[in-house]
Design a protein around this ligand. Structure first.
Ligand code: OXD
Ligand code: MN
Length: 600
């Protein structure tokens, strides 16, 4: 045992009594331990060793075929009062939650080892950081947690005799989807996840702690836990501005966080520094500004679509020390995935462990995926060529701008700026994306996802909006708030904006706006760039395309307003009046614009 923390020792004993593992092993986070666990998992087939010449330190894991993504329908917030979980969450009472999950945990570890994994979200000892301890019967989880968090003895040392920690219990149990539950007990600072082996459900430091539990703690303690990337933009003088950005899952956060400047801006001297690709914890410092850390130490990214064009830095990051999940294995023990760099190999083993070759069809005549569309890499962020040198800074970085974004084919212009903090909060609260063909559901259907936190806010979202408004009141130097939309299309459905590295042009405008250095036009929805205020050096976009990208069509916004009020109504009286005030103000600005069009 590596600790004298009585509460921790007692809890481990109590959980072991319920799960009945053959043995309990305390993890110290050492390299020797990593090597031992890796070899053990390779022996049992839990991990497959890859070609060590081409992919040093890399392994492959396959999950059960019904266990390939987060299961939001099986994810619960267990608070004493249902209203505290809000309409945005599935709810169960804590009593029922413990009972239901407890029945599945009972004897779930017989014949297995229970690993005790102490971890810190954030640099060990930083005032931002929180400690958790995960108990798990999966070596895959231990090795992933070792990449995604600061894990091991140093964390226990920091915890000391009496320190507080989030109690995280995980068992694969029998991986039965009917006996799978992801339970959060914010009032007890505890998480119980059972019956799954998929990262988002079982790497409990990530979505469960760093977003759901942390958002609850953040409201209580006066800070923000957000589903945001953090990146630094270094200008030609060497000054670095940091921005935090929220996009719904699968909208390219990892790619944006690791962006490589296009030639036009690179030659001017711009550089990008990656702080985080998924989660930001932000606090107001004594200077009245907002400071942020990335609580994670690794990236758990989607593999298909990752290639040298979409994300060269990620390609470099995942060349070593990476755990891959559910991608195609080639005969030479290297990997392949859809929309990667290479054309399909003539043969391989697919993500389900079956022989595969290009052109194989399923019984419905649809091509069989080599890699699962949600296959993942787990890689240390320190491997990323663009990683910030402030990763371990206990103070984090100062945030100059907060960016919200979604996938809208027609509605939203490329970028616009909120009039002030409450308007920015309203912008975040009305964030939405249209479904693409790759997603389940009706194509084009709008899914509201405020601040990209809908699946991750551990309490009633109406209270969450209120907390955001309060944070604005507490800051003397708040970041400015923006909305971006890389996904506007022309009449034939082609994207108008080239995306990728060119997005830096928009970031440059955003940062210049925070310094009152760039021009903008006032529109009913916010400040929109004047066409000449965006630096287009080296990019050939027609004047018409640029105008289309920046256009605000009040008729489209009139329709949008209806959908926004439907969404807000579900929160009833709990929705802050200030959010309704912002809504009314937008309605009247849009109405006025339509009248002006009719009677110019
Ligand atoms: C993720 C997600 O895995 O947002 O990061 O779903
Ligand atoms: Mn995410």
């Amino acid at each position: 045992m590596l600790t004298k923390n009585k509460a921790l020792i007692n809890w481990v004993e109590e959980m072991a009594k319920m799960c009945e593992p053959d043995q309990v092993v305390w993890c110290d986070g050492s390299d020797v331990e990593k090597e031992r666990l890796m070899q053990e998992a390779i022996k049992t087939g839990e991990l497959i060793e890859l070609n060590q010449e081409k992919l040093p330190g890399c392994t492959l894991h396959r999950t059960a075929t019904n266990d390939v993504a987060r299961t939001e329908n099986l994810t619960f917030i267990c608070t004493s009062k249902k209203e505290d979980a809000g309409p945005n969450n599935n709810w169960m009472s804590p009593e029922e939650g413990y009972k239901k999950a407890g029945e599945i945990f009972k004897q779930s570890m017989v014949g297995r080892t229970m690993y005790v994994v102490p971890f810190s979200m954030g640099p060990v000892g930083s005032p931002f950081s929180k400690i958790g301890v995960e108990l798990t019967d999966s070596i895959y989880v231990v090795l992933n947690m070792r990449i995604m968090t600061r894990m091991g003895k140093a964390v226990l040392d920091r915890l000391g005799y009496q320190g507080e920690f989030t109690k995280c219990l995980h068992s694969k149990a029998d991986l039965d989807i009917n006996r799978r539950l992801i339970m959060h007990f914010p009032e007890d600072n505890a998480i119980w996840s059972v019956g799954s082996g998929y990262g988002g459900n079982v790497l409990l430091g990530k979505k469960c702690l760093a977003l759901r539990i942390a958002s609850y703690l953040a409201k209580k303690e006066g800070w923000l836990a957000e589903h945001m990337l953090i990146m630094g933009v270094e200008d030609p003088s060497g000054h670095i501005d940091y921005v935090a950005a929220a996009f719904p899952s699968a909208c390219g956060k990892t790619n944006l966080a690791m962006l490589i400047p296009p030639e036009g801006l690179k030659s001017k001297g711009y550089r990008i520094w990656t702080v985080g690709d998924d989660i930001a914890w932000m606090q107001i410092d004594s200077d009245g500004a907002l400071w942020a850390i990335n609580p994670e130490a690794g990236c758990f990214g989607v593999v298909p679509g990752t290639n040298s064009k979409t994300n060269p830095n990620a390609m470099a990051m995942i060349r070593k020390d990476t755990i891959y999940t559910n991608v195609l294995l080639k005969p030479d023990k290297t990997l392949w995935w859809e929309d990667g760099d290479d054309s399909a190999p003539p043969e391989g083993i697919d993500w389900q462990g079956r022989p595969w070759k290009p052109g194989l069809l399923d019984q419905n005549g649809k091509p069989i995926d080599g890699a699962h569309p949600n296959s993942r890499f787990t890689a240390p962020i320190a491997n990323c060529p663009s990683v910030t040198n402030r990763l371990e800074h206990h103070h984090g970085v100062q945030i100059s701008a907060i960016i919200f974004g979604g996938r809208r084919a027609h509605l939203a212009p490329l970028v616009y700026e909120a009039f002030d903090w409450p308007h920015g909060v309203f912008m975040g609260a009305t964030m939405a994306s249209e479904r693409t063909a790759a997603q389940y559901g009706k194509q084009g259907e709008v899914r509201r996802d405020p601040m990209a936190m809908l699946p991750f806010c551990g309490y009633n979202m109406a209270d969450y909006f209120d907390h955001w408004l309060e944070m604005g009141r507490q800051m003397t130097k708040p970041p400015k708030i923006f909305n971006v939309n890389w996904f506007r299309t022309d009449e034939s459905g082609n994207f108008l904006w080239p995306g990728y590295g060119e997005n830096l042009r928009v970031l440059e405008w955003i940062i210049d706006r925070t310094k009152d250095k760039a021009k903008a036009a006032k529109t009913p929805i916010g400040y929109v760039p004047t066409p000449e205020s965006l630096d287009m050096t080296g990019l050939d976009l027609s004047k018409e395309t640029m105008e289309h990208l920046l256009e605000v069509n009040p008729k489209d916004w009139e329709e949008e307003l209806e959908s926004i009020s439907d969404f807000f109504n579900q929160f009833g009286d709990r929705l802050p009046q200030l959010i309704w005030d912002e809504y009314e103000a937008l309605c009247s600005r849009i109405k006025k614009r339509i009248e002006n069009y009719a009677h110019p």
